[in-house]
Design a protein around this ligand. Structure first.
Ligand code: FES
Length: 84
């Protein structure tokens, strides 16, 4: 099981982390990952303070450079790698 955590802290929320959650839900459906990928919300994981983009972790590893615009593309690739 691959665990994806998306920060729902205020700094990430205003930058669109709720849209990232919606994109991820769609992606999981499209790719039929329902049994393989667990999506979770998380409090601030300090991505905002470190200026590395929205707070997203895959299996506990922080993914840098995620924005509302590129989330789907980056996370599709990163989750595919984690599942491989
Ligand atoms: S609010 Fe999301 S990492 Fe800080």
């Amino acid at each position: 099981m691959v665990t994806v955590e998306v920060c729902i802290g205020s700094a990430c929320y205003v930058r669109g982390s709720n849209h990232v959650v919606s994109d991820l839900k769609e992606l999981i459906k499209e790719e039929h990952w329902e049994e393989k990928v667990a999506l979770k919300g998380s409090f601030c994981m300090k991505a905002c303070q470190n200026h590395i983009g929205l707070g997203v972790k895959i299996n506990g590893r922080q993914i840098a450079g995620v924005t509302m615009q590129n989330a789907r593309e980056i996370l599709k690739e990163e989750i595919s790698k984690a599942l491989a």
